[in-house]
Design a protein around this ligand. Structure first.
Ligand code: NAD
Length: 275
């Protein structure tokens, strides 16, 4: 049990990546607070967790509201007596290119993909500071690391990365570690409308990932488990891409260089050392 005795809040924990994190944390002995807008799917997930012998409770909240973030922390403390782990998972994006993005859409992206991480961290910090072995795990995105589209969302997620690093430096000395995961494309309900419109979308997207597939929510949950656990007690301010190698680089240069037919001879058979 890697989180035995810990109390964890997962925002947007009712489904998707957050749901997988809540399930995994509970299976590893944490008491989890599922902080989510949707009581129905959160309730179903809590039943599943309890059926597996885990402990979970619901805090209905909108992660874009500070008063809800404060109430979510109160639920954790009232129900389980303390708070050790906060996973800032709520987020999402819309609107691509400057022409499409109006001011309202820009603000929506900042409010949904960046601000909740600030609001919930601020609300949770007083309790996290009391914990022996506290951790914040933020969920950013590969869009926050590379220019691959969804401009406003990308800027917001880059903000999540920098907020994490600053929290790590300011609160690490006080015992609260902060780290950030950048997931690649992950198959969650978020993608249902896109997949309905285009059933082959994942087959195509999978081809851009070196591992030849998109992520499963469990891939992200496993990384979050490590960062939240005491196994990562010297990991603070780290950015962990969980993207099958997408941000590691690209073979596009190599392919472009060979495209004219030079084949394997393109880089020369002899190395500099041979000469
Ligand atoms: N799915 C992907 O491909 C992908 C890739 C990279 C990063 N991410 C990031 O991972 C995180 C989770 O993504 P997902 O696809 O699992 O999300 P999702 O759209 O499947 O939703 C997860 C949960 O968040 C809840 N929620 C939505 N708005 C909320 C609010 N304002 N307050 C509280 N709860 C709210 C929903 O009820 C739902 O249970 C997001 O930050 C997202 O940006 C996702």
């Amino acid at each position: 049990m890697r989180l035995k005795g810990k109390v964890a809040i997962i925002t947007g924990g009712g489904s998707g990546i957050g749901g997988a994190i809540a399930t995994r944390f509970a299976a590893e002995g944490a008491s989890v607070v599922i902080a989510d807008l949707d009581p129905v799917r959160s309730g179903n997930l809590i039943k599943q967790i309890e059926a597996g012998g885990g402990k979970a409770t619901f805090a209905k909240m909108d992660a874009m509201k500070y008063t809800d973030a404060v109430a979510m922390v109160e639920t954790a403390v009232k129900t389980y007596g303390k708070l050790d782990i906060l996973v800032n998972n709520v987020g999402g994006g819309k609107g691509d290119t400057l022409e499409e993005l109006d001011e309202e859409t820009w603000d929506w992206n900042m409010n949904f993909a960046l601000k909740p991480t600030f609001l919930c961290s601020k609300a949770a910090m007083p309790e996290l500071l009391k914990s022996k072995g506290a951790a914040i795990v933020n969920i950013a995105s590969i869009n926050g690391l590379l220019g691959i589209g969804l401009e406003a969302y990308a800027a917001a997620k880059a903000g999540v990365v920098m907020l994490t690093k600053n929290l790590a430096v300011k609160y690490g000395p006080k015992g609260v570690r902060s780290n950030v995961i950048a997931p690649g494309t992950t198959r969650t309900d978020f993608w249902i409308p896109a997949e309905k419109a285009d059933p082959t979308i994942f087959d195509r997207i999978a081809t851009v990932y070196p591992m030849g597939r998109v992520a499963r929510p469990d891939d992200i949950a496993n990384a979050a488990l490590y960062l939240a656990s005491d196994e990562a007690s010297f990991v603070n301010g780290a950015l962990l891409p969980v993207d099958g190698g997408f941000t590691a680089g690209t073979d596009a240069f190599d392919r472009a260089a060979r495209a004219g037919g030079a084949g394997d001879d393109i880089w020369g058979k002899e190395t500099t050392l041979d000469r």
